[in-house]
Design a protein. Structure first.
Length: 162
């Protein structure tokens, strides 16, 4: 009679939850960086043809275009996207891109609902990356912070030998 041998590894524990979250974080960071890199570059190079929106959304974007405000927004998107793609200063990139994402969400929910799907997708990506680096933002979410009244330096007096 053949005896079937079973393999068991009692000491081996595989933590697939951390591995899965790490993969999700990397993919989210890459996609978020890529989206902002592409749309930031598109603001300068215009390689994605987009017709101007009509109505209030068109007036809003028109005023931002005339005042050159959009150039600043595109530059910030480009910087944030590059920082996310090279995986350097990720909390700074999230801090820079957070207000831009809020404005994108408000623009599409209030004036131009056609792009709301991509705006929600970008928000979810941002939240996934934020969750991975939330320890960098720990000080922001403290209700009370002890302040120091001043530097505690010892004032020494220099006496000249004369």
């Amino acid at each position: 009679m053949l005896r079937q041998k079973t393999w068991s590894f009692p000491g081996a524990t595989y933590r697939t939850d951390h591995t899965g979250m790490k993969i999700l974080t990397h993919i989210s960071r890459f996609l978020l960086g890529f989206i902002f890199l592409v749309f930031g570059l598109n603001g300068f190079l215009h390689f994605i043809p987009m017709p101007p929106p009509s109505g209030v959304a068109g007036q809003f974007l028109g005023s931002m275009f005339v005042t050159k405000y959009l150039l600043f927004i595109f530059a910030i998107q480009l910087i944030g996207g590059v920082l996310l793609l090279i995986n350097r200063y990720v909390p700074l990139a999230l801090t820079i891109l957070g207000p831009i994402i809020v404005n994108i969400l408000l623009f599409h929910s209030l004036m131009n609902p056609e792009g709301l799907g991509l705006a929600l997708f970008v928000t979810i990506l941002w939240a996934a990356v934020f969750a991975s680096v939330r320890s960098a933002f720990a000080g922001i979410f403290e209700a009370r912070v002890e302040t120091k009244t001043g530097p505690e330096h010892r004032h020494s007096r220099v006496v000249s030998p004369a």
